[in-house]
Design a protein around this ligand. Structure first.
Ligand code: GLN
Length: 512
């Protein structure tokens, strides 16, 4: 082990970190640039172009947005598995990046079929790219290396620099020149990410990391085709199937029916959810008492995270529509561009908040995880409360001041920093080694399930109209009443977590 550490530390470093980190930083920055640049346009593009002629265009948009978001995160579980067993991280990142850029370029074609095909390319591509680039960062440091946490903070910065600039640029292109220019820029962003990754490999900064697993099956033939070719072929073949699922956004039944308001993707996620909970219950029963307690906490924090993302991820859907219809943006930015505000605050706040934890730790005052989670949910609740009371400051056209939106994003970003990075590291501490990869998958699934929550809320707050300029008082109270309800749920959940804090702490044992 000590020898390993020496070898790793001998590697070329930059600002005290392995050089490879900076290549991964830029690769992920550009990938997130494409992901969030596209996301900034997605809802408005659906409402204004794809579903333009429908009176229930808001409903259709909410449903497709939810299916897209759920699948784009759920695919990471499969992409992670295939990488561990067969492809290795390098191949997976390349395959994912190529599929994602293809998706963005297909989006530049303004056509409804192309639209669903494009989203499916992004779903499959993200499944290969996202989990593997995150795990790659971890492999740059030997176990127990104290630089690992700050390495991840730097990486999180890369994510958010992409998430900050992309909506500004893609949003500007979309408004000034047309939607497809915005989408195409996202595609070039993804290509730049791949070029950075490739340059890193050429310069040898990753050593021999990320190769296919030594005793894996990359060259095993299935049906006469080697896995290294079969997997890309299967990935392409999956695309039309997923496109079909996305396009089938309508409920299978009508109200009161067994299927009620559920479409196919909703039902698939209900089945997955129940199966995973069942499987987790089985593992929990089988575990030793100490493991059992920790696993229960791991499941609890994943559930809390799902609730948080369920409200947070409304930013690309309902909040973008609210910004377009009811916020006086005063020429500062367009509705799509408001998608950059979350990342902007994260860039400003990430380092101060991580320094706060270090400082409090020194005084033995660093709050334990459940308290951070409780507070994170409270922050989310207060952020939606602020948005709901903006109604009182509406002008004669039913437009509220931009400051409310800015403050809302500030508060929810503080909440995010109290939860997301903390939770990520706790999952690894709380899960027994033998299932840590599986638990990582469950952690990513929290984002997938969150989009089901986003879809549910988006459908409740959808407005029936084909009027492109709908807004003002016609929509204001629908949104602000909805935000008030979300605030109440989030504050309620936060308070429950805080009250349960001492009990959860006991279950956590020696994990802080
Ligand atoms: N903003 C973070 C990212 O893009 C986390 C998003 C999420 O998991 N919902 O990586």
């Amino acid at each position: 082990m000590e020898k390993d550490l020496e070898i790793e530390l001998d590697e070329p470093t930059l600002f005290g970190h392995p050089k490879g980190l900076f290549y991964l930083f830029f690769a992920e920055m550009w990938e997130r640039f494409s992901f969030y640049g596209m996301r900034a346009l997605l809802t408005l593009y659906m409402v204004d172009v794809i579903f333009e002629a429908l009176t229930d265009r808001d409903y259709a948009t909410a449903a497709v947005y939810a299916s897209y978001g759920s699948l784009v995160y759920a695919s990471t579980v499969i992409g992670g598995r295939i990488s561990d067993k067969i492809l290795g991280m390098r191949n997976s990142i390349f395959l994912g990046g190529i599929l994602m850029s293809l998706g963005h370029f297909v989006l530049a074609v303004e056509n409804n079929v192309a639209f669903f095909i494009a989203l499916s390319f992004i779903i499959v591509g993200n499944g290969f790219f996202k989990p593997n680039i995150s795990t790659f960062v971890g492999t740059l440091y030997p176990d127990g290396d104290p630089r690992k946490d700050s390495g991840f903070t730097i990486f999180y910065m890369g994510i958010n620099i992409g998430g900050w600039i992309a909506p500004l640029l893609c949003g500007w292109l979309a408004v000034t020149y047309g939607w497809h220019y915005g989408f195409a820029l996202a595609g070039f962003g993804m290509l730049s990410g791949l070029i950075f990754f490739w340059t890193g490999i050429r310069n040898g900064v990753f050593g021999d990391r990320g190769m296919p697993p030594a005793n894996g099956s990359i060259d095993t033939k299935v049906l006469g085709v080697k896995n290294r070719y079969l997997i890309p072929i299967l990935s392409f073949l999956t695309v039309p199937f997923i496109a079909y699922l996305l396009a089938a956004y309508k409920p299978l039944g009508s109200e009161g029916d067994f299927f009620g308001d559920q479409n196919m993707v909703n039902i698939i996620f209900k089945i997955i959810g129940v199966s995973i909970l069942g499987y987790l219950a089985y593992i929990i029963v089988q575990s030793s008492p100490d493991e059992r307690k920790k696993l229960i906490v791991a499941v609890l924090i994943t559930v809390f995270m799902t609730i948080f993302w369920g409200f947070h991820e409304l930013s690309g859907s309902v909040i973008t529509l609210f910004a377009a219809r009811n916020v006086d943006l005063g020429g500062i930015m367009t509705a799509s561009q408001t998608n950059s505000l979350n990342s902007m605050w994260i860039i400003i706040l990430a380092i101060p908040i991580s320094m706060l934890w270090t400082r409090l730790s020194k005084k033995n005052l660093n709050p334990r995880t459940p308290y951070k989670f409780g507070m994170g949910l409270l922050f989310a609740g207060i952020s939606f409360y602020i948005l709901s009371i903006s109604q009182g400051s509406a002008d004669e056209n039913g437009m509220v001041p931009f400051a409310y939106l800015l403050l809302m994003y500030f508060l929810i970003s503080v909440g995010e920093l109290f939860m997301s990075p903390v939770g990520l590291s706790k999952i690894t501490d709380l899960s027994p080694k033998r299932i840590v990869a599986f638990m990582m998958g469950v952690w990513f699934l929290s984002s997938a399930f969150a989009f089901q929550v986003v879809g549910f809320i988006g459908k409740q707050l959808s407005i029936e109209s084909t009027d492109k300029n709908i807004g003002g008082f016609e929509t204001l109270s629908i949104y602000t009443d909805g935000f008030l309800l979300i605030a109440q749920y989030s504050v309620g959940a936060g308070l429950l977590v805080l009250i349960a804090g001492p009990f959860i702490n006991k279950l956590m044992g020696d994990v802080h």
